[in-house]
Design a protein around this ligand. Sequence first.
Ligand code: SAM
Length: 283
Amino acid sequence: MIDVTETWFSETLHPGFQQRFEISKILFRSQTELQDLVIFENPYFGRILALDGVIQTTERDEPCYHEMLSHVPILAHGAAREVLIIGGGDGGALRDVLKHKSVDRATMVEIDRSVVDMCAEFMPSLSDGAFNDDRADIVIADGVKFAKETDRRFDVIIIDSTDPIGPAIPLFSDEFYADCRNILTDDGIIVCQSGVGFVQPDEARETYQRLNRLFADAALYLTQVPTYAFGYMTLGWGARSDRARKTDIATIQSRFDAAQIETRYYTPGIHAGCFSLPAYMEI
Ligand code: SAM
C-alpha cells in the first residue's frame, strides 16, 4: 500500500529514507488490475504520476528523463525510421521520439491502459498530442509478449518501464533482451531505464551485464532527474556495433540542428559526456 495522506505523498526510496511531496489535490487514484495509480498536483513539480508508491514522472522535471531516453539513441543512430517504446504510458517518450520528423512510426506498447488514458486526461503536457499523431501506433499489451511475437523490426527500442516490480519484472531478464535483440535492425540500438545507480547499484550493474552478454556494444549513460532522489539516473545502452555511440559531437550537433528540436535538458554537449560514469559506478 502506498502512503497517501490527504496532504502528503511519501515515497520510501531506501531503508531509512523517504521523500515527501505535498498534495495540493488528488486528480485521480485507482488500483488498476496491475498497479496502484495516483496522479496528484504538487505546488512545485506540477502534476505527478506515481505507480505502486514510486514517483514515475512530474511535469516539471520529466524532460530530464524523456529527452535523454529518446534523443540520445535517435541522434546517435542517425537514420532511425521505426522506433519501439515498451512502457512509457505517460506519453513523454512517444512525444520526444515523434519530434524527429525522420521517424516514420513510433510504436508504444503499454500494458496498463489506465496509465495512457489517465495521463492523457490529467497530464496532457507529457504526450502533448503524440497519442493522436498519425505516426503513433499505441498497443495495449505486455511488452514481453510483443517482443517475442512481433515480426516487425525496429531501429531503436526504448524500454521506458517501471522498476522491476509487478508487471515490469520480466522486462529485466536475459530472455526479454534477447527477444529485443532479435527484432532490432542490423544497426539497431536498445536503451532502457535502469534505476538510480547510487541506491540501486544492482539494477544498473545487472542491466549492463545483461546488455554486455547480448550486444557488441554495451554501456550505461546518465541523466539527472531531480525527483529521482540520490543523484544520477542510469540508462542502459546496447547496440550491435559501437558505430552509433562513437558518433563525433560535430555530427551529433549537425543532426540536432537539422532536427530543429527544442529541449529543456538534452544538448549535444550533454550527449557527448553522458557515457562518462563516476568512479562509484565504473563498470
Ligand atoms: N516515463 C516514466 C519515468 O520517467 O520513469 C515512467 C515510465 S512509464 C509510467 C512506466 C510504464 O511501464 C507504466 O505505465 C507501466 O504500466 C509500464 N509497464 C510495466 N511493465 C510493463 C510490461 N511488461 N509491458 C508494457 N508496459 C509495462
